[in-house]
Design a protein around this ligand. Structure first.
Ligand SMILES: [Zn+2]
Length: 365
């Protein structure tokens, strides 16, 4: 069982001071868990040179945690919803900004690497860990959850056989049950309506191509690359074809956060998906759970099914398990231990203690 620890130092221009106490906490979590590396970021003000030297002395690798299509400030071109409005700013209770940028815009694709060069090159990182490589979820509302429909993105969907005029007509209908997936194929969903089926496939293909470009920029800089992805139960619905993304990565970390009431947490995403779809003429009910052959998406059974599929991927997979603040994350020593045990019994490489060992209040190891 391999372990990685993840530490959040604050947003890019956060004024939160990083202290020696934080490094002590990081080291202690690495020692207690026997972690092989640490993912840390992305407050530009933290003393990464010192942190990476300490990690290297311990023979551990250091990955810079960096968002791609969100969080990188005003230079990013914000996504446009299908009604033509810019996505509204979305800040969660988890101290992040969840407003999403358009994944087609070349400037957006290159922004993470630019940011790396500006603030983090020369800090001794062995690799980067790329987060926010998806479209917005329904946590930001129905329109945002449908993704980006700017000129570039709609041009792409068109070239993949999605007639945008027909799509707009469909979206005007008061019954939007065409948005409910029909079947599960590995980690991808299919839809009864052929146009919607092509649209979701096109969104995932577009995202995979854009991520591949961003990954290439970091490879050119001699860096290893890890990717943060949604739990397989939701990933495809927000533009993540996990099988395609795994081709580009040294490792991936599916955020199978079963007790987190914040973005990417299964209870949070499930509730927002249900309510936002229902408000817009689509009663999805427990259809996703049913497709996974379970009653609840956060159940042990559903977790194990996801691990089985993830174990077949061509790169190393570390399941994300919550070691975090208890105010939005109902984690416990027992939950973390059970999650790690299930990961051990599967074919995946291990776990990432996520997403903030600096804030952890529960430590089971
Ligand atoms: Zn776009």
């Amino acid at each position: 069982m391999r372990t990685i620890v993840q530490a959040f130092t604050g947003g890019l221009s956060s004024t939160k001071a990083y202290t020696d106490g934080d490094t002590e906490k990081l080291i202690s979590s690495i020692e207690r868990s026997g972690a092989e590396s640490a993912i840390i970021g992305w407050n530009a003000g933290a003393p990464y040179g010192k942190i990476t030297s300490t990690l290297h002395e311990m023979k551990k690798k250091a990955f810079l945690w960096l968002p791609v299509f969100s969080e990188l400030g005003e230079e990013a071109v914000v996504a446009t919803d299908y009604l033509g409005h810019k996505h509204a700013g979305a800040v969660s209770g988890a101290e992040d900004d969840f407003t999403f940028a358009c994944p087609s815009e070349p400037g957006n694709i290159g922004l993470a690497a630019e940011c790396y060069d500006r603030y983090f090159s020369g800090c001794g990182f062995d690799g980067v860990f790329l987060d926010k490589i998806r479209f917005s979820s329904f946590g930001n509302g129905f329109e945002s959850g449908m993704g980006c429909y700017c000129k570039r993105c709609t041009g792409y969907y068109n070239s993949e056989g999605v007639d945008m005029g027909e799509f707009m007509e469909l979206m005007e209908s008061s019954n939007k049950s065409f948005l409910i997936p029909k079947a599960l194929h590995g980690m991808r969903y299919s839809f009864e309506n052929a146009l919607i089926d092509r649209l979701f496939a096109a969104r995932a293909k577009l995202m995979a191509e854009s991520v591949a470009k961003a990954v290439g920029m970091f490879r050119q800089r001699g860096l290893e690359v890890g990717l943060d992805v949604f739990a397989p139960t939701f990933a495809y619905l927000f533009g993540q074809d996990i099988e395609a993304l795994a081709e580009w990565a040294d490792f991936i970390k599916p955020m199978i956060y079963r007790v987190t009431d914040a973005p990417a947490g299964i209870p949070y995403e499930a509730v927002h998906m249900k309510t936002e779809l229902e408000r817009n003429g689509c009663n999805i009910g427990d259809k996703l759970a049913e497709l996974w052959g379970t009653e609840e998406l956060h159940s042990d059974g559903c977790f194990k099914k996801q691990l089985t599929l993830l174990g077949k991927l061509p790169c190393r997979v570390y399941s994300g398990v919550e070691v975090n603040k208890a105010d939005f994350c109902a984690t416990s020593a027992e939950y973390v231990e059970n999650t790690i045990k299930a990961a051990c019994e599967s074919e995946i490489a291990g776990c990432v203690l996520s997403w903030n060992v600096l804030a952890e209040t529960v430590y089971p190891l």
